[in-house]
Write a protein that binds this ligand. Structure first.
Ligand code: HEM
Length: 134
């Protein structure tokens, strides 16, 4: 007796175009997740708990923090990592759940545009913050 075995599904992309992007993205989610635990909890403790807590957050408080290159770099790392981590997470969700090619394409265009704008605007604010404009 012979058994019919179905041919494997045709890959969407040609083998020559394949890269290790998804593997690097997987590793990035784990590493950025670890760093985010430290950054997010430090951010919460410093901004919302110690020294009078969230009540004392004001323009002057932000000005005080951004006078220090340490907090500029800290906030920059938090912004970039959270944004890239969240964007890549949503990219995977869109790939998993949006069935039509065009839906996937436009949702990802929207996601990447929003993400790029947020990263650019946030980075600009961190480095051009002017404590004298209040
Ligand atoms: C606080 C530390 C965080 C840790 C340890 C962490 C860890 C992770 C890990 C390991 C994944 C991959 C899950 C998988 O592949 O199945 C993931 C997915 C994801 N993360 Fe985070 N993450 C953190 C913070 C954040 C933040 C701040 C955001 C939003 C800006 C975020 C948004 C997402 C999204 C949207 C996904 C995709 C979820 C999914 O695939 O079902 N995460 N996270």
């Amino acid at each position: 007796m012979t058994v019919d075995i179905e041919a494997p599904r045709t890959p969407r992309r040609r083998a020559a175009n394949r890269t290790n992007f998804e593997m690097y993205a997987w590793v990035f989610m784990r590493l950025s997740g670890l760093l985010l635990v430290v950054l997010v909890f430090t951010h919460l403790i410093v901004n919302a708990f110690i020294d009078g807590g969230v009540q004392r957050v004001s323009f002057a408080f932000v000005a005080g923090k951004y006078a220090s290159p340490f907090w500029q770099v800290f906030d920059l790392a938090l912004l970039w990592l959270a944004q890239l981590h969240g964007t890549n997470g949503l990219r995977v969700i869109i790939n998993d759940y949006a069935e039509r090619d065009s839906t996937r394409f436009w949702l990802k265009m929207l996601l990447f545009t929003a993400s790029t704008l947020i990263i650019a605007l946030g980075t600009l604010v961190i480095f051009t913050f002017d404590p004298t404009i209040s």
